[in-house]
Each structure stands twice: as C-alpha cells, then as structure tokens.
Design a protein around this ligand. Structure first.
Ligand code: NI
Ligand code: MN
Length: 224
C-alpha cells in the first residue's frame, strides 16, 4: 500500500493489487497540488464532505475514469444526479470493497454543495487497505469520541487537519493524536492559503514529544 499526498486534504492510495483510491481530490484549484486532475487515475474516489476544497475535481476525474464515488448518502445522491457511479453510506456503517473496507465516522463540520444544497453530515473516513488502517479525519474540530475511534481500531496512519480556522489547529490536533494513538501521523489541511498557515514543524515536534511518529509529506511525496 502506498499513500501519496497532493496537498490540502487530497491523498492517493494505491493497494498492493493496484487499486487506485483518491480521497478528497482537490487538485486543479489547489495551489499546493503538483498534479492536475487530468493526470490522475482513480478506480474509487472517497469524499469526506462536499465543500469545494474536498469535492474538488471529483466530477471530471470520475467521468474520465469511470470511478466509483463513495460518500455519505445525501452527497452520493447529489453526485448520482450528476451522472456519476456512486455508493452511499452513513456514519457508523462499514462496507467491504475490492480494495478493503471503509467506515465513515464522526466529523464536526458543515456540509453543503457549492450550489447551496445540504449534503448530509460531514464525515471522517476509516479505510483498511492491505492490513493497514488509515484514518482520514476529514475537516473537523477536536472531539472526545476520537478516543473511542482509537480504542475500536488500531490506526496505522492518522491523516489529521492542523490548519486552524476551519478545523482543528495544531494544539487540538496534538490532543486528537493522543486520543486516537495511531502509529504514524500525517498532518493535512494547512498552508494551502494564508488563512490556514501554521508551523507544521512545531506540530511534528509536539507529536514526537508524545511518542508518535510524524511525517510531513510534501505535495507529491509518498510513503509505503
Ligand atoms: Ni470543509
Ligand atoms: Mn476544508
């Protein structure tokens, strides 16, 4: 399994069997993305919520690649109405797909489409691929049930927002890491614009100080 970062909250996960999964593919409008939406391939696209910095280029990518889009049911229905192949789920439910398992979980955040439609609850994503458990927190504030998420799932990679203003800032994100207790931490949703500019090195030091590994992936970088 490989995890590649495209900046903001966009990741590409490739399973050992070659299944390509994009999470929150905000590429063309993303000042940090090293790649354009017509250069990526995706078998599946998983969305945390409908805000334009997460839905991103889903329509273009899914139409070109015939990707299956997995999202909370209201957002999935909205995208099905745009002609996409979708699978709707809800928070707490899990399902097995050809690459592994997905479960949507809590995120404290809004969720509407750019044309003002309610898109269901914003979500975090738990994803199991090739024996690894990835927790993409989506956009969220800190909440105590992260402890439960950590207890119920042995999280290997926690992709956690640290940019403040719209999501947790670095201090709350360190607490979130403590609650979930993952093996490896990868910060996201920061430095895309001045309003979410933070000192990621300082965050990484604080995470290391509580005994967790933290990787600051540069856009375009991947780990396996
Ligand atoms: Ni958002
Ligand atoms: Mn966002």
């Amino acid at each position: 399994m490989k995890i590649k970062y495209y900046g903001h909250s966009a990741f590409e996960i490739t399973s050992n069997t070659g299944v390509r999964i994009l999470i929150d593919p905000f590429l063309d409008g993303n000042p940090l993305s090293p790649i354009r939406s017509d250069q990526v391939k995706a078998d599946f696209i998983i969305l945390s919520h409908a805000h334009s910095d997460h839905l991103g280029d889903t329509l273009k990518i899914a139409k070109k690649n015939d990707s299956m889009v997995i999202a909370v049911a209201e957002l999935a229905a909205y995208l099905a109405g745009k002609g996409l192949k979708t699978h709707g789920m809800q928070i707490g439910g899990s399902r097995i797909f050809p690459f592994g398992k997905i479960k949507f979980t809590l995120a404290f955040h809004g969720n509407n489409t750019s044309d003002g439609r309610y898109a269901g609850l914003a979500a975090g994503i738990l994803l199991w691929v090739d024996d690894s458990c990835i927790y993409h927190c989506g956009d969220t504030g800190l909440f105590g049930d992260m402890k439960l998420i950590g207890e119920m799932n042995s999280v290997d990679y926690m992709l956690v927002p640290i940019g403040d203003n719209f999501t947790m800032g670095p201090e709350d994100a360190v607490k979130a890491v403590e609650l979930v207790s993952p093996r490896i931490v990868i910060p996201m949703h920061y430095n895309t614009w001045p309003i979410i500019q933070v000192d990621a090195n300082n965050f990484a030091e604080k995470v290391q100080a509580i005994g967790k590994e933290c990787f600051l992936l540069k856009p375009g970088e991947e780990i396996s």
